[in-house]
Design a protein around this ligand. Structure first.
Ligand code: HAM
Length: 414
């Protein structure tokens, strides 16, 4: 009988890969909790209208990429992203009554009917943050800091933060008008996608990947409009203040005036974090401010900003770097002493094991070097002197510490 295979653009996450996924999830909880964010889990399918109204019906996501189906005469859609779902939950559960800022984070699968390639799947996972209730740029800085902090906690570097401001609806209209005016003469030469976007969503022309279109957009008169600062004074002050805060926080960024993002809900700040070690799908994080979305979806007027990261892309970057070794392996022929020390280490947050079968010392050492970073040796001598010999299993360096002073030991091995 023919084997039924996994669907194109979807993947099993196998037991061998789980440590990386647990690591990403655990770090998300740790880092986002530090900022006062709380986890939210929303359903995987929602009313189709939520995404049409939320993400925007001029976007590729809504026009081409949604998994939509009918049940009991209702049109439902597997979520292509989670900002719209979180906003729906925020409104429906009256979270605007909570004291601002309301900081929420989430993780889970998303679905987009895209052409699969390395780094791009039809079912993928995102981890994300949404912060509601603050219009000041301090919130933008904090949200970008949360993203950077999380990536740092995953041990990822060689990343670039790209930043732009899309202005507010009124200054953006002005920009769109100028952009259309300079591009109009070239309209017949643009790709089909750009021709379609020209009226509906001209900002999206800027991130077209077609070399022919890019050549046109590089023309001096078009670049003059793109590079000119179109945003109004208020939006410009907001952006300048954000940049000042990022400088204070030591977050490096690059201004990218072509960064417009593929979802309709953004205003003012937009950002992406790109890796220099992935192929063409190199954005690990995308986000921005969406001050009108809560109101557009029927809630109270509430400013908001957030981001989401593609977990498969993060996993690819973490790769083999994840160290699954225990911190300590206790070596002793005295089971009582080994048991006591191992338990004490675990109670102090140090991962540890000892040999439950009382094998010979050499065998225990062999095992330790496979599974741990440090061997903690409790031989007869050590037990008599109330000491522990600590052996670094990488460098083979040895040092003796007092059994009484767990702090000294902790400083050595954590
Ligand atoms: P997005 O840029 O569409 O933004 O997606 C965020 C991240 O999800 C991307 O940077 C990428 O890492 C990952 N991603 C997107 N599509 C795929 C795919 N087909 N396969 C693998 N990874 C993918 C949003 O989704 C917004 N909701 C972000 C946001 C939150 N803005 C404000 N709050």
């Amino acid at each position: 009988m023919a084997i039924i295979k996994v669907q194109k653009g979807t993947k099993d996450i196998l037991p061998d890969e789980m440590p990386i996924w647990h690591f990403m999830e655990q770090k998300a909880l740790e880092v986002f909790s530090k900022y006062g964010a709380r986890e939210i889990r929303t359903p995987i399918f929602e009313a189709t209208e939520l995404f049409a109204r939320g993400v925007g019906d001029t976007t590729d996501i809504v026009n081409k990429e949604m998994y939509t189906f009918e049940k009991s005469e209702r049109s439902l859609t597997l979520r292509p992203e989670n900002t719209a779902g979180v906003v729906r939950a925020f409104i429906e559960n009256g979270m605007h009554r909570l004291s601002a800022p309301v900081k929420l984070w989430y993780k889970g699968p998303m679905f987009r009917y895209e052409r699969p390639q390395a780094g791009r799947q039809r079912q993928f996972h995102q981890v994300g943050v949404e912060v509601f209730g603050i219009k000041q740029p301090s919130a933008d800085a904090e949200v970008i800091m949360m993203a950077v902090d999380y990536l740092k906690a995953l041990g990822l570097n060689d990343l670039t933060v790209e930043l732009n401001s899309l202005g507010c609806p009124s200054c953006r209209e002005e920009f769109k008008r100028h952009l259309k005016d300079v591009i109009r003469p070239y309209l017949p030469q643009l790709c089909e996608d750009c021709q379609n976007r020209f009226e509906k969503n001209p900002l999206r022309l800027l991130d077209c990947k077609s070399p022919e279109c890019q050549e046109i957009y590089a023309k001096p008169e078009i670049q003059k409009v793109i590079q000119g600062d179109f945003i109004c004074e208020e939006c410009s002050n907001h952006f300048e203040e954000l940049k000042k805060y990022l400088d204070i926080l030591g977050v490096k960024y690059e201004r990218n005036k072509l960064l417009v993002r593929g979802l309709d809900y953004y205003n003012r700040t937009v950002f992406e974090i790109k890796s220099n070690n992935l192929g063409s799908q190199n954005a690990v994080c995308g986000g921005g401010r969406y001050d009108s979305l809560v109101k557009n979806l029927g809630g109270e007027d509430t400013p908001a900003i957030g981001f989401a990261m593609g977990m498969e892309r993060l996993a690819a970057l973490i790769g083999d770097k994840l160290d699954e070794h225990l911190t300590a392996y206790v070596i002793s022929n005295n089971t009582e002493e080994a048991l006591k020390l191992t338990e004490e280490l675990r109670n102090n947050g140090i991962s540890a094991e000892f040999d439950l079968t009382n094998k010979k010392f050499v065998k225990q050492l062999e095992k330790a070097s496979k599974v741990a970073k440090y061997a903690l040796i409790l031989g007869e001598d050590e037990i008599a002197k109330n000491e522990i010999t600590v052996k670094n299993l990488d460098t083979s360096e040895q040092k003796t510490v007092s059994r009484q002073n767990l702090n000294e030991l902790k400083c050595m091995i954590i």
